[in-house]
Design a protein around this ligand. Structure first.
Ligand code: 76R
Length: 250
């Protein structure tokens, strides 16, 4: 058996994607819509307040394409808390006009591949913000789940540790070229959800997602060992952007 990689976990992550049921939403009168949406905003404002208190992170995103219109993204210390957040949203009247089109449960994960041998990663002061990451409030977001392949000769989990370290070094080097342009949050989901990791990327310019993901496809870690799920791309929105998004301009 090859040696498992040590991982350090941080906040739980819960990505919840929704489509808006525009036909039902349009069918109710504007005052009623206003009332329902105001109540919903109050719930979201609570999540934002909790983020300001430093106990979690929350974000709302507008998503491109037919797979979703909205993403609510929660980073929270416990699984119980993300379940509670999910149910807070589900119990609102506004949720009657949403359909959950996809969701992903995972946990912020740092792996020890590039840690200095013998060092205690917990001594690293840069670790806390990486384990308890705050979301970006502007710019673009990209999310997709992925696996490391386990088929025939291409089985990541049977590679000896030194080989995996070497491959991850090359992966990290490509990533570092995007420092300042793309921020990545890798969340582990073995035992939690249908893929092994979620990848959440932030960039001011969404084109940088394409550049980075494309470049990584040529790197062995992704070329030989990466299997990918559906991609979601969108932008961070404020609560007032959100209000504008769901209005019809009456
Ligand atoms: O954490 C670190 O900065 C150390 C180096 C590093 C690790 C250990 C790193 C760097 N990643 C690591 C682990 Mn990554 N990453 C992805 C994807 O689309 C694809 O082809 C893959 C999706 C992207 C875009 C990306 C970006 N990374 C991982 C893991 C866990 C692997 C395991 O444990 O087997 C996955 C699944 C994964 C996937 N990675 C970086 C980036 C970027 C931009 C960096 C540089 C970060 C920096 O140096 O600031």
């Amino acid at each position: 058996m090859s040696e498992p990689t040590k991982t350090i976990e941080g906040w739980y992550a819960y990505h919840e994607f929704h489509t808006i049921d525009w036909a039902s939403w349009r069918s109710i009168d504007p005052q009623e819509r206003q009332r329902i949406f105001s109540a919903f905003l109050q719930v979201l404002a609570t999540f934002e307040q909790e983020e300001r208190d430093g106990t979690s992170s929350f974000g709302v995103y507008a998503i491109a394409g037919h797979k979703a219109d909205l993403l609510f993204l929660f980073f929270r210390p416990t699984l119980d808390e993300v379940i509670t957040c999910k149910n807070h949203i589900a119990k609102t009247e506004f949720a009657d006009y949403l359909q959950t089109s996809y969701s992903y449960t995972s946990i912020v994960e740092l792996s020890s591949y590039l840690a200095k041998p013998g060092s205690n990663p917990m001594d690293d002061p840069s670790l806390k913000p990486r384990l308890q990451p705050l979301q970006e409030k502007s710019g673009a977001i990209c999310f997709y789940p992925m696996n490391k392949r386990r088929s025939g000769d291409d089985n990541w989990y049977m590679l000896p540790m030194p080989e995996r370290i070497e491959l991850m070094r090359s992966h990290g080097l490509i990533g570092r070229d995007y420092a300042g342009k793309v921020r990545q949050i890798v969340t582990g989901s073995v035992g939690f959800d249908d893929w092994e990791w979620g990848v959440t990327l932030y960039a001011q310019d969404p084109l940088q997602f394409k550049k980075l993901v494309y470049e990584m496809r040529f790197d062995e870690v992704s070329a030989r060992y990466g299997d990918f799920g559906d991609f979601y791309v969108g932008t961070a929105i404020t609560l007032s952007d959100f209000e504008a998004l769901i209005q019809f301009g009456e």
